[in-house]
Design a protein around this ligand. Structure first.
Ligand code: NAD
Length: 314
């Protein structure tokens, strides 16, 4: 779909990171921009910056995990701009709490925002787009949607976004409907995602603590993210994909290679591989050693140190 002046884009998670960069990129192409985010103050600030680019804007505080809120977003968007042409279901969060031994609330939060947010966005805006006969969805997944290895709830939510997007793409094509679909699968991007807990919803109770030992991975991920590509580069990839009607949006060949290696292993019937080098992260052996030594300190026992030795040698 051509990104031309006068069309309208809705971006969720638009107050920060990739979402803000998408809003900025579409504004520079002259589109009207609807910014949706749960964080009110950041949303107002973001709208101010986008409006300063000389386009029409609308900011709607939205919790994408809430179907009624997404419906209200669509109603406000059509009331203001008539048609909606481009919807970026981008809002997302991550949790480093313990997926198996920690509270279930972290799963509900991550799946609520990352997976249900995308489902609500598609179900709500598809009829709106069909009513005026043109549209394009960009759903933000992650490389974690093709290569598990982040956290279980995040990986699961992003695998769901890839599957949902691919299904939507097929149904639109098979039915001959004028709706494009792209799925964004970035590697590390320099955003505020590691501080996602700032938006932990009070109605899910207390925010679960970080998993034991998680701070090792979290420290390395923060560093990888700080040194990663800028959101504006990702937004440029997205704009090109929308204009070209391309489905897959990746942010670097090294990430595609990681996914391809996984799939070659699957095709060969291999069990999931440990020791795979993830771009931007230290070697797996180093990570494992760091985690074991942290656990040994936290647990404070000879037993933890003792049990780590044979494993790290193996
Ligand atoms: N940064 C990365 O390395 C990376 C990599 C792959 C995928 N992603 C994905 O990119 C997307 C954007 O994240 P980002 O990296 O820009 O992080 P970010 O934290 O900078 O931005 C996320 C935005 O989503 C908003 N948000 C959170 N919960 C919400 C809710 N319930 N309803 C509406 N808005 C909500 C936040 O307020 C924030 O403005 C996410 O889906 C994330 O999973 C990020």
């Amino acid at each position: 779909m051509e990104l031309t002046s006068g069309k309208t884009a809705v971006v969720t998670g638009a107050a920060s990171g990739i979402g803000f960069a998408l809003a900025e990129r579409f504004a520079r192409a002259g589109l009207n921009v609807v910014l949706a985010d749960i964080e009110q103050e950041a949303l107002v600030a973001a709208e101010g910056k986008i409006a300063a680019l000389g386009v029409q804007t609308l900011a709607v505080r939205t919790d994408v995990s809430d179907e009624a809120a997404v419906q209200a977003l669509a109603a406000a968007s059509t009331e203001r701009f008539g048609a909606v042409h481009l919807v970026c279901n981008n809002a997302g969060v991550e949790s480093s709490s313990d997926a198996w031994l920690g509270p279930i609330s972290a799963w509900k939060w991550v799946l609520g925002v990352n997976m249900w947010g995308v489902i609500h966005g598609i179900r709500t805006f598809l009829p709106v787009m069909l009513a005026h006969g043109e549209g394009h969805f960009v759903n933000t997944a992650s490389i974690a949607g093709l290569y598990p290895g982040s956290s279980p709830s995040y990986d699961a939510s992003k695998h769901a976004v890839v599957a949902i997007s691919e299904s939507l793409y097929r149904s639109m094509k098979l039915a001959g409907l004028p709706i494009g679909v792209s799925v964004l699968c970035p590697g590390w991007v320099n955003t505020n995602i590691m501080d996602a807990g700032r938006n932990w919803p009070a109605d899910l109770g207390e925010q679960p603590p970080q998993a034991l030992g998680a701070e090792v991975a979290v420290t390395h991920v923060r560093k990888a993210i700080a040194e990663a590509i800028q959101p504006s580069e990702v937004a440029a990839f997205v704009a090109d994909a929308v204009a070209a009607g391309k489905f897959w949006v990746f942010t670097g060949q090294e990430w595609v290679d990681l996914v391809a290696r996984r799939w070659n292993g699957i095709a060969a019937g291999q069990d999931p591989q440990l020791g795979v080098q993830v771009p931007g992260m230290p070697p797996t052996d180093q990570l494992a050693d760091e985690i074991r030594s942290l656990l040994a300190q936290v647990l404070g026992g000879e037993s933890a140190t003792g049990s780590a030795t044979p494993a790290s040698e193996g």
